[in-house]
Design a protein around this ligand. Structure first.
Ligand SMILES: Cc1cc2nc3c(=O)[nH]c(=O)nc-3n(C[C@H](O)[C@H](O)[C@H](O)COP(=O)(O)OP(=O)(O)OC[C@H]3O[C@@H](n4cnc5c(N)ncnc54)[C@H](O)[C@@H]3O)c2cc1C
Length: 329
């Protein structure tokens, strides 16, 4: 038996489909109701497919700003591309729009896109993943963020970091900075181990320092168990917190003193994707509080999927599970 929320979501779609007729995106933009999924990562793409599967007669539109995200392979230091790709979405009849959702008008039930288009929705699923939050660290400005790429979900930053690492001097010092709390603890450990392995292979005389602002249980120990000499992990209590930075000079003031680095992979504090915050779906933590079915606690008619949810396990399998759950909700 369907639960009341699933009936409500599917009922909204059915009503929308009856009104929509056969209009295309351009003419629908202000008039025709439909289900819209924002974000084409694993969670959003899987949810769009699941919706098509459940109601082949109802239009489903997926908006993704980064066309590479709907491809099959991930680039250097990128997130895994483990969701359904563009071909699978199109085969299933999902309409894909490549654009950036920059605003949301709840009263008019309308999304505002970077291109200037506006898009009406009847049912909304938001899967925007994560984005950096502001951190009050003196010197951490746009220049610093550019010179010291986080490469934490941005393919372009991943390429920049890879290029910087390829140009390192033999006796380089590389710093990996990790915030607290960590959005993706396993990915953070993987990043540290990957940098360590890369330096061991290509620059055996180089050093790596991991500066963790907090002390996530188990991470430092797992790193130390396999790290080569010259590879150090400092937790917050050991001086790993970054107090201020001077990116042009290549220095970081930490609880353990000043460090000079040739390359810094500066991972900033994360929260839900910016559109979730703009739309008022995130709380003071920067994440979107949801109930067990993924409904927003701020807007119960909206489903939040994947990494953007507060308290989520931020891995591909969990993102896919959240899409399945939401489609059933
Ligand atoms: C560096 C890193 C490494 C990782 N490694 C692993 C791993 O090895 N194994 C694993 O299981 N998990 C890994 N993860 C976690 C995994 O990537 C996430 O759990 C998963 O991608 C979450 O899926 P999602 O769909 O919720 O969000 P995302 O994959 O982040 O997708 C969100 C999508 O929404 C789009 N978007 C955001 N805002 C808008 C907007 N306003 N308009 C239009 N589009 C928008 C983005 O472009 C993006 O494509 C890693 C994460 C990181 C950061």
């Amino acid at each position: 038996m369907q639960n009341p929320n699933r009936r409500r979501f599917l009922g909204t779609l059915a009503a929308g489909a009856a009104l929509a007729g056969g209009a295309g995106l351009a003419t629908r933009a202000l008039a025709a109701p439909q289900a819209v999924v924002v974000g084409g990562g694993p969670a959003g793409a899987a949810a769009a497919l699941a919706l098509r599967d459940m109601r082949p007669d109802a239009p489903v539109l997926l908006i993704e700003r980064d066309p590479r995200r709907l491809g099959r392979s991930a680039g250097a230091f990128d997130r895994p591309a483990a969701g359904p790709d563009l071909a699978a979405l199109r085969r299933a009849g999902v309409q894909v729009v490549l654009d950036d959702v920059v605003g949301l008008d709840w009263r008019a039930a309308r999304l505002e896109l970077f291109s200037g288009r506006r898009l009406a929705f009847d049912a909304l699923m938001l899967a925007p993943g994560t984005a950096p939050l502001d951190e009050p660290i003196p010197g951490l400005d746009a220049v610093a963020r550019h010179r010291w790429p986080a490469a934490w979900g941005s393919a372009r930053e991943g390429q920049r970091l890879a290029a910087q690492l390829a140009a390192l001097p033999e006796k380089a010092h590389v710093v990996l900075r990790l915030p607290s709390p960590l959005s993706h603890p396993q990915a953070a450990l993987d990043r540290a181990l990957r940098l360590a392995a890369l330096l061991t292979r290509t620059r055996p005389a180089a050093r790596l320092t991991v500066l963790e602002a907090g002390a996530t249980p188990g991470l430092a120990d797992r790193f130390r168990a396999v790290a080569a000499p010259g590879m150090t992990w400092l937790t917050g209590p050991e001086g790993g917190a970054v107090l201020s930075v001077d990116a042009p000079a290549g220095t970081l003031e930490t609880g353990a003193g000043r460090l000079r680095a040739d390359v810094v992979n500066f991972v900033g504090l994360q929260g839900a994707g910016a559109i979730a915050r703009v739309a008022g779906l995130a709380d003071a933590s920067g994440w979107c509080p949801v109930d067990a079915a993924g409904r927003s606690l701020h807007r119960s008619e909206t489903l939040i999927l994947g990494d953007a949810r507060k308290g989520a396990t931020r891995q591909v399998a969990a993102a896919l599970a959240s899409a399945r759950d939401a489609a059933r909700a």
